[in-house]
Design a protein around this ligand. Structure first.
Ligand code: CMC
Length: 432
């Protein structure tokens, strides 16, 4: 690479040339704004709907190389974290930037474990939802409501107060998520059990009935732990961008995270694994697969759970999930849909249509099958995503709050409407 890290731009409107510095493979939008800037002209802007080619921040949280199929949290490969770590250790890593010492780990786990209970009034609030309320709607409302229980959370530059809210949120998400699930079933809400691990306690609050103590099969709590680790962060996606954008107004972290939950609620973000299940059910039997694949190739359908905006060779999370599928089905018994999924994958990985377009299974291809085997209805899938992603949202939020370069987010627009029309009062308009 040459020494000169700059870009020379010639504005053909004026003949003037500008030299823009290139730093980390980017030019500054502010430098582009100097092009053509006069007293009457605000200068050139960049038009990038959906921010597909715009870096909105510097970040040291998560690294993705889509071509090579690499995902790292704070520099640690996802494969190693999924195999050897726990969700709470990963959450610590994301939030604090490094792995905990034994003392830091024990204190972190203790803090999270002892903040799992929520105020009884929040329980009443949740009980006020209709019997058929979507659990994700309940979750986002309850997390938003938490800001009213902890008004001190508005002091976002106080590190101690900030820490307390982070602990509270990571601790209470499983409680709120489990209660949203129980609500739909008309079952009593189960209080947290502080003798259990993070994922065991979550399973207990979901499924415990009259037994004194609920002890889930360790293979199931481990599979959930792996799924939580895989979903803990994924750099500047739609929901993280929402948390950062709303957080840039300096609102409290409960409100900022609520905006992330709202973004995740949308089918384009958190809903693909449910679509995979629907697709597998629709195919129904293995002999119908060739016909289905033909439909995909003709452009009539999409092979849900395949393809990714960023990963173009393989999604490292999909490889890890496949291992978890085996563990879960060992406990729950094999789903008939698994055979269809495996056969679809086998055909697609050999078929030139998919190979030439770099379409590989993504994280959602198998996660829905696991969630279903664990007896979650599809409406719970995004809740299961939001619980671990809270750690990532909060890590990104702290980075935002501490970043001196950041200001309140405020994109530009290209105005396409009318100008300077003369207003005619209603009585005159209607009289005509
Ligand atoms: N099935 C069939 N064809 C596909 C698929 C698919 N799943 N995905 C992409 N293609 C085709 C697409 O039609 C296009 O073909 P052509 O060049 O002939 O027009 C080509 O592949 C390139 O696709 P693209 O739309 O430019 O790719 P993209 O990067 O914009 O889309 C995607 C990525 C994930 C939206 C898309 O692959 C998709 O819709 N997949 C199915 C839904 C899904 O599984 N979503 C979950 C993604 S992982 C979520 C996460 O990371 O949290």
């Amino acid at each position: 690479m040459t020494e000169n890290q700059s870009l020379t731009v010639r504005d053909n409107r004026t003949g003037e040339e500008y030299e823009l510095d290139i730093t980390d493979g980017t030019v500054r939008a502010g430098d582009i704004g100097k092009i053509g800037k006069t007293d009457d002209d605000p200068g050139l802007a960049v038009y990038d709907p959906a921010f597909t080619n715009t870096a909105s921040t510097r970040s040291a949280v998560t690294y993705i190389d889509g071509e090579k199929g690499i995902l790292e949290y704070r520099g640690y490969p996802i494969e190693q974290l999924a195999e050897h770590s726990t969700f709470l250790e990963v959450a610590y890593l994301l939030i604090h930037g490094e792995l905990p010492t034994k003392e830091q780990h024990d204190e972190w786990v203790h803090e999270i474990t002892f903040h799992t209970f929520v105020h009884e009034n929040l329980k009443s609030l949740m009980q006020g939802f209709r019997y058929d309320a979507h659990p994700m709607g309940m979750l986002l409302s309850s997390v938003g409501a938490l800001s009213t229980f902890y008004p001190e959370a508005r002091a976002i530059s106080d590190p101690d107060i900030r820490h307390e809210q982070i602990v509270r949120m990571i601790a209470k998400m499983p409680t709120l998520g489990a209660w949203a699930f129980r609500h739909a079933q008309g079952k009593p809400y189960v209080y947290p059990d502080n003798n259990l691990s993070y994922t065991e306690n979550f399973l207990s609050m979901l499924f415990k009935m009259s037994e004194q103590e609920y002890n889930p099969d360790p293979r199931l709590s481990k599979a959930l732990e792996v799924l939580f680790i895989l979903h803990a962060d994924h750099e500047q996606n739609c929901s993280t961008n929402a948390v950062r954008s709303v957080g840039s107004s300096q609102v409290d972290p409960y409100s900022a995270v609520t905006s992330g939950i709202a973004a995740l609620y949308g089918p384009l973000h958190g809903g693909a694994n449910e679509a995979v299940l629907k697709m597998l059910r629709r195919i129904g039997t293995v002999d119908k697969i060739p016909e289905f694949i033909e439909g995909v190739k003709n452009g009539d359908e999409k092979l849900m759970g395949f393809g990714h905006r960023v990963y173009k060779n393989f999604d490292p999370r999909a490889t890890i999930i496949k291992k978890a599928v085996d563990d879960v089905f060992e406990v729950t018994g094999v789903s008939p849909l698994l055979e269809i999924a495996q056969e679809l994958e086998r055909i697609a990985l050999e078929d030139d249509y998919f190979v030439s377009r770099k379409l590989y299974p993504n994280v959602d291809f198998y996660s829905g099958l696991i969630y279903e085997a664990l007896q979650f209805p599809p409406e719970m899938f995004t809740v299961l995503f939001a619980i671990p992603r809270t750690a990532g949202w909060l890590a990104q939020w702290i980075e935002l709050v501490d970043d001196k370069e950041q200001k309140i987010a405020r994109p530009k627009q290209i105005y396409t409407g009318d100008r300077q029309l003369d207003f005619v009062p209603a009585a005159e308009r209607w009289a005509k």
